[in-house]
Design a protein around this ligand. Sequence first.
Ligand code: ADP
Length: 764
Amino acid sequence: IQPHGVLLVLSPKSLSSNDGSDPDWTLVQVSQNTAEYLGKSPESLINQPLSVILSVTARQSLQQCIAGEFEAVNPLKFSLDIAGEPQSFAGVVHQSEDWIVLELEPSQDSGAVNFFDFYGLVKQPVSRIQQTQTLQELCQVAVEEFKQVTGFDRVMVYQFSEDGSGTVFAEKTEPGLTPFLGLHYPATDIPKQSQHLYLLNMLRMIPTVTYEPVPLFPSHLPDKTLLDMSFSGLRSVSPLHIEYLQNMGVQATLTISLVQNNQLWGMVVCHHNSSLKLPYERRAICEFLGQVIALEITTKSSREGAEYRLQLKALQASFVETLSQSPSLIAGLTQTPDQLMALTGSSGAAFCEKGEKVLLGQTPSSEQMIGLISWLGNQFGPDNIYHTAELSRVYPPAADFDHGVSGLVAIAISQPQQLYVVWFRPEVLQTVNWAGNPEKAVKEVDENGGVSLSPRQSFDLWKQTVRQRSLPWKPCELEAASELRSSVVGLVLQRADELSALNSELARSNVELDSFAYIASHDLKEPLRGIHNYSSFLIEDYGDVLGEDGADKLNTLMRLTQRMEDLINSLLHYSRLGRADLVMAPVDLNDIVRGVVDMVKIGKSEAVRLEIVRSLPTTDCARTQVTELFTNLITNGIKYNDKPQKWVEVGYLSPAEALLQGNILPDNLLRASISTEGEQAVSRVGSPIFYVRDNGIGIREKHIETVFRIFKRLHSPTRYGGGTGAGLTIAKKIIERHGGQLWVRSVYGEGSTFYFTLKATTDE
Ligand code: ADP
């Protein structure tokens, strides 16, 4: 034991008098310093009744104490007669295995505290502690109050983390002392075993570090076992711990355990540069304050936890709100990067979709992400979330990641789409800061002579153990990530539902429209034919009566009915096109174009050059419809042409060539091309881009879109031999039914180029 008291081990059975009024025990083991405190040598005490030391009243109160629950501290106050002089002692009794252990410490009356003193001493600290708002504030007040009550030079609150390592969380020192605030130390500094002892024994004191430990006499108990001293307050401490304290120049310490749910949350640690023995009563106050603080810590940390959870929930709600209003998932997820990161308390985030990525905050580089994402794809479990605080351990390349990224949480919104949201955290070391200057701390410690262990060395050691590790992810943070996933999936599904509803609605109205057009045009034809016929009868039979003027009008009527029939036929054709099944097969487009060219040339007296400028590929398409498509485009090219030397060229461009040539691709194809990087992007627009180019009259910019409208003609039917105005509408429909796209580029007065693709060009 430490020499500032005596320890007596008593036999378990009380040697009571018959009526129990005079209880007594046999002394079986005593500390070897009994002569110093009790005036009797250890040898003279062994196997003697306790009555040789304690008066009957003292023994009675001991008996009472033992009869009650006496697992914790049980302070007793004794007045012993030492060589004729009354001497006050504070006694603490506890049971160790079967034995009763009584520890006595002389108590100076000056240090004694009566009830009013006690009240005065605890009132202010307790009310200050209770007024604090945050955990940090609480611990700061705690160290200040402890300093006040104990008079130690330095008071700290250590906080343990789950892995057993610790941090100096709050500190109050005498002016001029180097602060240790913010220093971390590894789990090995306070091993599990000692932590266990701190749990059993809430308060430990070493009044003088350089003490000479006092052995017990005899060394063994009567049953030949060694005394279990876990609960002993006087128990000597490990020489290593003493060395550690000496290296820091500490002469006296006091530690009070802060226990939360039967776990050591942390400790109040007091250091003093010279010997300092706190009287038992003051220690009792410290222990009491320790319990008040521990209680407050429990409420504060659970409140802070709850507040954090609430904060995350609120963030999540507002985030999902923005998300639901944004045009696309990527825009919604990335428009408020800070919120996205705060959602999991991270310092970087990435949105990834099929190899594309948007990086926000502190993340690995774009290059580093490529490998990471493909690795990540295999890590997800059925819950579609993956997290680690030690990335490089599971994915070694992470050791070299930018920003010391060491922790990661990822959610898979869609595995097949490789749609992931990933959050990152840096190495713990980058998040650690300390108020003092630890460099300075090590120097001071060194000047004090010790080198083997010091707070600074502990800090270094701790740094080794946390290399490439991030702060752990809290369950509520993981929950937030997982809930974000559910919300996003929900939104995506909802959108898909809306889209498919819209789609079927559109499909339905399309079919309706087609059949309406079909029925209408079919039924219209009959009366029209009648009008036409009766007009011709009228001319034939009553031409004379009507006169020239009348016949003219009837002829106009017949021309108009003819025109109307043409229109109705076009409409019929158009509506049939929407209803007919396309028979797809590989077709050599050169064949088709050559056929069209031959047909078009018949009956054309004027000089027209028609040419395939680049041999066309064989393509999957519906032969009849594509023939009609080329016919329409090529005839238009010749029709709407006032040049003496007319020409029409047919060819195609690869998507990359189209991109290189500048203003050719329409916006949506352009977007699809640019969204990925460089050349690779272009290859996403996979199919060739065909064109029919002429040197005709061109189309004014304002008519570029109207030419595709049904029955829309830019010229009177008499000019350029125009048709019904359905040709381009039909062409567009044919292409759309192939999944492709038709568009035109034109310079008015110089010529036009109609471009088209024959299949879906992007994943859109
Ligand atoms: P139509 O069957 O009457 O030719 P289209 O639908 O094919 O009708 O074309 C609609 C209008 O677009 C035409 O009236 C014409 O003014 C214009 N147009 C079509 N092709 C060309 C072209 N190659 N050059 C200039 N104008 C054109």
